[in-house]
Write a protein that binds this ligand. Structure first.
Ligand code: INI
Length: 158
């Protein structure tokens, strides 16, 4: 039996983290959780490139460009889409999710969905470093795991 498990060792990995400015009070917490998680898993701050964009709607094209650049092992998309009173919540969520998924598929490298989608600001704050953890840190751990899995799959690829 062959079992492939990703290792959580980030030394030598290069990642890009995309951070929308919209709802920046939440996204900045996700970003600091992401950077902290990368360093705590052995990665170097010098191997992180942070890209600020207007909003989560722009994640797809940004992640695609970064993922196809051959400069990164993984791309992490952060964001906070909060329903509140906005009518375009569903549009922004679905564009962000499908854009991130398409960037991963077109590039063949992991593009991780670290976007919080919530009904309220309180729920977003809970997921950005308070009682429900930090989704930015979770996203980076998923990126590290996926880079390790992809490297192992490359070795067995026929
Ligand atoms: N962008 C977000 O990242 N989060 C939101 O909650 C949000 N809302 O609610 O509108 C949002 N809108 C901006 C959007 O992502 C684009 O930047 C904008 O429409 C320009 O294309």
């Amino acid at each position: 039996m062959h079992v492939i498990d990703g290792l959580l060792a980030a030394a030598g990995m290069r990642i890009a983290v995309v951070a929308p400015r919209f709802n920046s009070f939440v996204v900045e917490q996700l970003l600091s959780g992401a950077i902290d998680a990368f360093v705590r898993h052995g990665g170097s701050k010098n191997d992180i490139t942070v890209v600020h964009i207007p909003g989560s709607f722009e994640l797809g094209v940004t992640c695609k460009k970064l993922a196809e650049s051959n400069k990164f092992d993984a791309v992490v998309a952060l964001g906070a889409v909060i329903r509140g009173a906005t009518s375009h919540y569903d549009l922004v969520c679905s564009q962000a999710a499908s854009g991130v998924a398409q960037a991963a598929l077109s590039s063949g490298i992991p593009v991780i969905f670290g976007v919080i989608t919530t009904d309220s600001i309180e729920q977003a704050v809970e997921r950005a470093g308070t009682k429900a953890g930090n989704k930015g840190a979770d996203a980076v751990v998923a990126a590290i795991e996926m880079v390790s899995v992809m490297r192992q799959l490359e070795k067995i690829a026929v």
